[in-house]
Design a protein around this ligand. Sequence first.
Ligand code: SF4
Ligand code: SF4
Length: 365
Amino acid sequence: MTFVITSPCLGTQDRACVDACPVDCIHFEAGVDAMLYINPVDCIDCGACQPACPVSAIFPESEVSEEESRFININSLWFEDAAAARVELGTDIEPVVSAEEVAGGASGSGSEDGLVAEELPYQQVDVTQMNLPSSPTPVLSPVSVVALLLLSLSLFTMIMFPGPAVIKPAGTTLEIGLTIILLAPVVALMTIIFIIHQWSQLGNFSAHNSRDISPWRVDVSDWRRSEDSRRADLLDIVQSIAKERFDFPNVDNPDMRTYVNLPEPQMAIEVQGGSRKILPDIVVLDRPGGRPKLIAQVESRETLTREQAKYVWSELQVKDAPLLLYVPSGLAAQAKDYARSAGVKNVQFRTWRRQPDNIRVREVR
Ligand code: SF4
Ligand code: SF4
């Protein structure tokens, strides 16, 4: 499948999609063409151009309406025979963009002069020199500390000074003292307060450790084999998607580079002005040492969790680099729900499914 530009582009031609495309596969001849065209061979189906279009001219091929379906052929024909595509288009709408405008760099995109390089909001990080993110140390909130103290004090008092017996269950020698009865509600209340105030810490802990082997499992061979097999599975899926969808550099994009951060980190992204470094599963740069064009994160059934959305996906939202999330086939609605509740907005979803010889990826609308 590919994406297709349709009739609303005629007479608009603002080229916003060109800036958004990570593989530079949207073209036209300035001063001659009245619209832009997507090369179906080079398009990697990332969908980044679609939200960039101010007039909603771009659609996945499968969603092009009946009235606009002729643009599927026109888009691909332009890359084989531009003159024939213009005849097929048959419009008398004048081109909006002149050759002089493009020559003068009016679009402001793709420039590699020093000024643009200085303004890059990202920089490469030498991963051999950086401290990789580690699990945050759990911290007790002040309310939790007070609750824990009262809970401990109440339990101590109940055990040491149970008070005069007021309840003696029939048929047993058990005696429940007055102090125990009075302090039992306090113990229950303090336990609830403690859990409520530490809940986010527990979630934080699990999110940052979701891909680690829990220490208590290490000596249990069944668990370890299962966990290792899941990790190997995820690694295989990430590498398959990187190979199939982002196989850079290639003949058409000799400068672009794809980095896969599994099993070992290769390329971290640091947002300028902050201490935050992110390690997405897949990073595509426009050139070695250049800026990120695309970030992709791959989840398996085990790693697709609310915590992953809240603590990992939310960190991957960076300016100008579309985030693609690959989730197992059938779990797209669940992933969208997690993303929504985690406040992750600028994200496009894809599903993956294993095939006998490869991996099948589908766009999610
Ligand atoms: S879908 Fe992605 S690769 Fe294809 S034209 Fe749009 S931005 Fe470019
Ligand atoms: S963003 Fe839309 S209107 Fe602008 S050039 Fe691209 S397809 Fe045409």
